[in-house]
Structures are given as C-alpha cells and as structure tokens.
Design a protein around this ligand. Structure first.
Ligand code: 1PR
Length: 543
C-alpha cells in the first residue's frame, strides 16, 4: 500500500536514528528529514527520536533554529511522536546537565535523575507499561517495552492530563504521555519487537490523534506483571574464516579453531541470518563481537558495518557491536578517533558499542594518574551518545593466590580452591582477545570504567567460555557489587538451570550465551519458559 502523508523525522545528528527509520520503513512508510525550518510547515506528522544528552540536544535544536518552529508545529494540532529524549525535551526542564536545562515547555513538569537504592542505573531492559489513559495507540495493557534511560518524569499532579502509561522501577514513573496531538514514549518502540512496531504502525496509519478512536482501558483487576525482566542476550562472535568469509564462530576458552588436523576456524553460521533467527526466537538483545578487530582494516570497509545495516532492517531489539572500538589509523594513514569509529557503527544500526582492549588501557592510565582526560573512547563516546551506549567487555581469567596480601589487586575468597590449595583469587584482565595479560584486576577495571562514563559491563570469563559448565558466580557477584551500572553475565551457560541459578545467586541484569544457542542445544524460548517457571519476570511470546 502506498501512503501519501508527509512523515518527517527530526534528526538533529546525534545518534542512532537508523532503527527508527527501519521500523517506520518496514511498515511501508517513507520518511523525509527535517532539514530546514520550512520543513516544519510541510510535515503532516513528525517523529522525534531523541538520543544523547538533554543539554546537548536542546543546544543543537537552538543552534539549528528549530525550537520555535517545533513549538509552532505542535501548537498547530498536527500529530507528533517523541521517543525517549524526544519525550523528555517536551518538558519544561531537565536535571540532566549543569543545573536545570530548559526544554520545550509543552508538558508542565520537570525531568529528574533516576536514583533508586540497590537498582542499577541506567534503567535498561524490558519493563511493563501500565495503561492509565484511553488512547488510540496501545491495544494492550501490561505490555513489555524496551527502556534505556537515566532520567525520568514523575506522575505528578501537574501531569495528570498527560500520563498515558506508568512503569515501575523502584519508583513509579511516567513511561509515555498523550494529550491531543502529542504522544511520546520513554521506551523505544523501535527496539520493542512486534509490540513496538505496532505503535509506529498505528501512529502512521491514523489520520490524526485527536479524533482517533481510543482502545478501552483494561480491567484493573488484571493486575500488573510489574518489574524489569532480566534480559536474555544472544552473542555472536564474528570473524573471517580461512576462506575469507565472515562467519559466526565460537571458541572454547577463546580458541575458535577446530581441534582436528586442519584446525579451521569453527563456522556456526552467517551473522545476519543467525541474528534474525535469535530475534524471532525471542532474544531480548543481540550482541556482535568482531573478534579479530585488532587486525587493521579501513573503517569504511569494515564488513561489520554491512552486517549491522542488514541486521537492523529486520531485528527490532537492541544491537550491540564490539571489537575495534578505539582510535585507529586506516591503512592509507588516515587517523580515525574512537568516536568516529563509533559514529559509523551507530549510523549503521548499532545501539551500543562495546569496548574491550581499549578499556583496559584507559583504566590503567586513569588509575595511574587519577586524572580524567576527557579524551578516551569511553569518555568521548558517552559524552555524545550517553553512557547507556557504552558497554565495557571484560575478558578476565582467574589467578589464584595464597593470601590477599600477595597481590595489590582486589581478591575474593573462593569456594573452588586452586591447584595448590589456594583459597583466594583475583581476576586478571586481558586484551586482544585474551592473548595478552595485563597487571589489572577486573574489579578495578569496571570501577574505573564506570567513573569514566561507561553504562554497562559485559562480563565474560575466559576460564568458563565454551565450557557449558555454568557461569562463574564468584566473579559475577563480585563485579555486580563493584558497580552501580548494569552487568551482563557471560560465559559458561550449558543448561537452562545455569541461567536461573546465576540470576538468583548473583543478580546480574542480563544473562548472555553463545555456544548453546548456535549449536541449537537450548532454544532461547526454553530459557525464557524455565525462567518464568522459576518466578522471574520474563519478556516473551510464551507469556
Ligand atoms: O578488544 O575492543 O577489540 O574487542 C574484542 C572483543 O572480542 C571483546 O569483546 C572480546 O571479548 C571478544 N573476543 C576476542 N577474541 C575472542 C575469542 O573468543 N577468541 N570472544 C572473543 C569473546 C566471549 C563471549 C562469549 C561468551 C559466551 N567471546 O563473547 O560469547 O563467553 O560463550 P558461551 O555461552 O559459549 O560460553 P576489542
């Protein structure tokens, strides 16, 4: 079907809008881009997918001369849809920045910081939206959508006419708003699977929001399934095989070659196909790790960019890309900053970048000097895209010691004694895919990275990787206590019980697995069903 309305995207050039574009296009609509103040008059509908930080977003809108035209557009009664920061900018002001930063002033309230004792911030993952107001967009109450944010709106008295849904994460906050022609969500419809795509479809198909018939409110007796669901993440280690094809591979303790005489790189499938399969099977997130990234290739030719472009056209859950996020020099001598490298990945459809080797080197320098330079990959990327877009991938290996005083590193008392009866250990950081050990502990690394602006930890464990023997609970519990940002538990999952045991004992924010999914030994749906039976909040079709 050909749609003729002029749908415009307000892209002020600061982040990943590719997934919103893909989500809209998959519904059969073509987007145009607001490129001048005149475009506000031409638009029948505007979608504003805000990304990055509130202050820089408002500064950019001011600099482009868009603030007044946008206010005028909204006052005209034509439909407007804001996503995440695109919702927050509608408010009078936000605490995100130096002092209170002024917003568009459409919604009579203020955005405040998320501070919930004992809960990781950013609020990241799939949470339940409770519908409070009849509206033409959300057919279902208690649907789970994907959130990622550190600031929130509260359902204050002044907000009464506006609140469409609320969500609970320690506190009840406003997860979407709707009044007359203005609708906006704190969550990301473009990352919320089919439930999210439905929201865009309704917004695009309805001639306007003011006269559109509303879905009835659900019976409150149904009750809330409230709570953030721990994410189940599928991880794809990608590299070129010996024939030069890009394949998904999987190592045993990081060795990805077959054990036979030929010793070829293990080939478990094609990256885009597998990612799509995992999305359809219910993965809450997909992570690509480009595991041979330390070998130099020109940035623009990075095959992972094309993998992301293709994947983001069909996979509507968050996508993370890791490997090679650092300052690089192209073979022709062109220098590219880590931020430029990340820019390319975000523009190609990534929602987060994961930094491995570079993070270790940055943390070492930071710990040695006690100084933040503002120039590292972690600092520069989080300043532009927000901390939630910067994941630190940790590749630690266990080192036994007789006593904590034997080393300068943070140690833990272990219930799995070492070969010489040692009852303490520390976790040594490695770089270059485990090829080089560094004089830095994982505990010190994650704390330094959090201080520098990282928003999440992807915690691998070299000793457990590919063993199918369960996660390293001692490591995960220790790291979870070390930081206030979300922690993804990785390495060692072999059975559904490993996921629930890890979640119960270590309380990570997400559980990741690779080998068992690739080899089709355990389907993602089986993990979800098991977690649900064990009493965990779960997002998925099984519910
Ligand atoms: O250092 O920033 O260029 O990033 C390189 C990235 O590639 C890092 O995130 C590093 O973890 C990853 N990497 C490098 N070499 C390997 C390898 O396997 N030879 N993969 C590698 C790390 C570990 C996990 C794995 C889990 C779950 N793979 O990602 O998916 O351990 O596996 P399992 O469920 O099968 O046990 P940089």
């Amino acid at each position: 079907m050909v749609h003729t309305s002029q749908v415009y995207l307000l892209d002020y050039g600061a982040g990943n809008v590719r997934s919103v574009i893909n989500a809209v296009e998959t519904q059969g609509f073509q987007l145009k881009y607001i490129q001048s103040v005149e475009d506000f008059d031409k638009a029948d509908k505007i979608i504003f997918p805000g990304v990055g930080a509130f202050a820089s977003c408002m500064a950019k809108l001011e600099a482009l001369g868009y603030v007044e035209p946008l206010r005028k557009y909204i006052a005209s009664g034509r439909p407007f849809f804001g996503v995440c920061l695109g919702m927050q900018t509608l408010f009078e002001a936000s605490e995100e920045g130096e002092g209170l930063i002024k917003g568009l002033g459409v919604v009579p309230s203020v955005i405040s910081k998320f501070e919930v004792p004992g809960l990781a911030v950013p609020h990241m993952g799939w949470n339940v939206a409770t519908v409070c107001k009849p509206n033409p967009i959300l057919p279902h109450d208690q649907e789970r959508y994907y959130f990622v944010h550190s600031f929130k709106a509260m359902p204050t008295e002044t907000m009464r006419d506006w609140v469409m849904t609320t969500t609970t994460y320690g506190v009840e906050f406003v997860s979407s708003i709707f009044l007359n022609n203005v609708m906006a969500t704190q969550f990301h419809p473009e990352k919320s699977g089919t439930a999210g795509l439905h929201i865009f479809r309704r917004f695009l198909e309805l001639p306007d929001l003011i006269t559109a018939p509303a879905y009835p409110l659900a019976d409150p007796a149904v009750g809330s399934k409230a709570g953030l669901a721990p994410r189940v993440i599928a991880c794809l280690d990608v590299r070129a095989n010996d024939a030069g094809d890009l394949v998904v591979t999987k190592g045993d303790q990081y060795d990805v070659r077959e054990k036979d005489d030929a010793g070829d790189v293990r080939n478990l499938g094609k990256p885009v196909e597998l990612a799509k399969r995992y999305y359809e099977e219910g993965a809450d997130e997909v992570t690509f790790l480009n595991i041979t990234s330390f070998r130099n290739s020109p940035l623009k030719d990075q095959p992972m960019l094309e993998v992301l472009r293709q994947t983001s056209r069909e996979v509507f859950v968050p996508l993370t890309i890791g490997g090679g996020i650092k300052d690089i020099v192209d073979p022709d001598g062109t220098a590219r900053s880590a931020l430029q490298v990340a820019d390319e990945y975000f523009r190609s459809g990534a929602d987060k970048v994961s930094i491995g080797s570079d993070a270790v080197l940055i943390a070492e320098a930071y710990i040695a000097s006690g100084m933040q330079t503002g120039k590292s990959s972690i600092e520069t990327i989080s300043a532009v895209y927000g901390s939630q877009a910067v994941v630190i991938s940790v590749d630690p290996t266990r080192v036994y010691v007789q006593s904590p005083s034997d080393v300068k590193h943070h140690t833990i008392k272990t219930s799995v004694p070492g070969p010489n009866g040692e009852s303490y250990c520390w976790y040594q950081c490695t770089i270059k895919g485990g090829r080089e050990r560094r004089d830095l502990g994982a505990y010190e690394l994650v704390r330094a990275c959090e201080a520098l602006g990282a928003g999440e930890i992807l915690l691998n464990c070299m000793d457990k990787d590919g063993t199918n023997s369960g996660y390293d609970h001692e490591l995960i519990s220790d790291i979870k206590k070390a930081v206030g940002i979300p922690v993804i538990a990785s390495s060692g999952a072999g059975r559904v019980e490993h996921f629930s045991a890890c979640l119960r004992e270590c309380q990570p924010d997400a559980v990741l697995a690779a080998g068992i999914f690739h080899r089709q030994e355990v389907p993602i749906a089986a993990v979800k069903t098991h977690l649900q039976e064990q009493g965990f909040a779960v997002r998925g079709a099984a519910l």
